[in-house]
Ligand binder design. Structure first.
Ligand code: GDD
Ligand code: MN
Length: 378
């Protein structure tokens, strides 16, 4: 009698092949356990008659989001779930989910029911009719964001949209939307250029896509969040600035490096302020300068931990250890900085050229060393 394994080998491959669905809906999740079943029920409702699947991409939430998705998957094979361990980040989660799909179309939408799922069939029809990208827009005529955005965030979003328009000639009305559908092969082609950092995957996609895209925007009403709380804080504005600068550099600089350098520039201001205050208090210059340097390093550490490395954020004892390695890295960085500056000054006695070269050396060194030591991936 043939073994089970032999029987498996002897079965023609075609017997196992099930074709991918037409549409994968990728849903990034972080602590959305209560919303997951609600969303799946709504998808099943509005996508009746469509061959679809949903892929939850969870960053190891503590509230049982993965179990909630797996429970549903037992009864419904259209529900899939990727559990990512030791990583955080909305853009990276969306990219990974989209790459896990073999469907012809992929949509991305939030789990918290802020995005209007009834738009999905219309989005799909637009793609079938030839669109490459369909954007659920809060700002197109007929769309609103009043329910889901505070006034400050609404204004901030609009400023961000204008900046994106000016800098990249991006014509979509809502490039910050987290609700869109795209042909998968186009996404696949652009994927290697995308940053996994931050929130702005759609803007990144459009800015990184070399070929002209046929884009359709469909207005929708951005609802208030159902359960749980938003994971976006005011620091995303700075992250956005990082994305714009990284794109302006033609991707030669990573967002993380841009953020690190911006934080470093703010640290210089802190340094000068503290130095001025300390000298006003009649402290000896060398003590004042040392104190200012440590204040600036501490400031840089805290800000980098909140912003630049938010996906690897250290807390508790690990944060203290991180601060110690950061001091060490910056001290060596200062030696590198002074060494390079002195060397440049020797051959070209221009103080600003030597100073800038030294500072650049310092920031590059500090960035490389702190990402390897202080915020290393475990
Ligand atoms: N896997 C994963 N990892 N998912 C995440 C993470 C993360 O680090 N952070 C947030 N999410 C998930 C949430 O669980 C939710 O499903 C979705 O991403 C959106 O997160 P929210 O925290 O609800 O963001 P928001 O409502 O403040 O922001 C939305 O609107 C912005 C425009 O104002 C999002 O759609 C953004 O993409 C959009 O730019
Ligand atoms: Mn939300």
């Amino acid at each position: 009698m043939p073994s089970v394994q032999q029987a498996v080998w002897d079965t023609p491959a075609a017997a196992y092949i099930s074709r991918p669905p037409e549409l994968s809906v990728v849903v990034p999740t972080f602590n959305e356990a209560e919303n997951v079943p609600l969303l799946v029920a709504r998808l099943a409702d509005v996508l009746a008659g469509v061959d679809w699947e949903v892929i939850f991409v969870d960053d190891d939430s503590r509230d049982g989001t993965v179990s909630a998705a797996r429970r549903l998957a037992l009864a419904d094979p259209r529900v899939r779930c990727l559990r990512r361990i030791g990583r955080r980040g909305l853009a990276g989660a969306c990219i990974e989910g989209m790459l896990a799909s073999s469907a012809a179309c992929v949509a991305v939408m939030d789990a918290d029911l802020q995005h209007d799922e009834t738009l999905l069939p219309r989005m799909l029809r637009s793609i079938r009719a030839g669109a490459d990208l369909v954007v659920g827009s809060r700002f197109a005529d007929g769309g609103t964001a009043a329910g889901g955005l505070s006034r400050v965030r609404h204004r901030g979003s609009q400023l961000a949209v204008q900046a994106a328009r000016r800098l990249f000639g991006i014509s979509i009305g809502d490039p910050m939307s987290g609700f869109f559908m795209v042909r998968r092969e186009i996404f696949d082609a652009v994927a290697p250029k995308l940053s996994t950092h931050g929130f702005k995957i759609l803007l990144d996609f459009v800015a990184s896509c070399r070929q002209p895209l046929k884009i359709v925007e469909l207005p929708f009403h951005f609802r208030a969040r159902q359960n749980g709380e938003s994971k976006l804080d005011s620091l995303v504005v700075l992250e956005y600035l990082g994305l714009l600068l990284a794109k302006l550099s033609g991707d030669r600089l990573s967002i993380r490096f841009v953020l690190f350098a911006l934080v470093g520039a703010s640290g210089l201001l802190v340094h000068l302020l503290v130095l001025q205050q300390a000298l006003a208090l009649d402290l000896a210059f060398d003590w004042a300068q040392t104190g200012a340097a440590y204040m600036a390093m501490t400031w840089n550490f805290l800000l980098n931990n909140q912003l630049t490395y938010r996906d690897r954020r250290l807390s508790g004892l690990a944060a203290l250890k991180g601060l110690a390695t950061f001091y060490a890295v910056c001290s060596v960085g200062t030696i590198a900085n002074v060494g390079v500056a002195t060397w440049v000054y020797g051959s070209q006695p221009s103080w600003w050229l030597a100073g800038t070269a030294g500072a650049l050396m310092g920031v590059v060194f500090n960035y490389a060393a702190s990402s390897a030591l202080t915020w290393r991936r475990n």
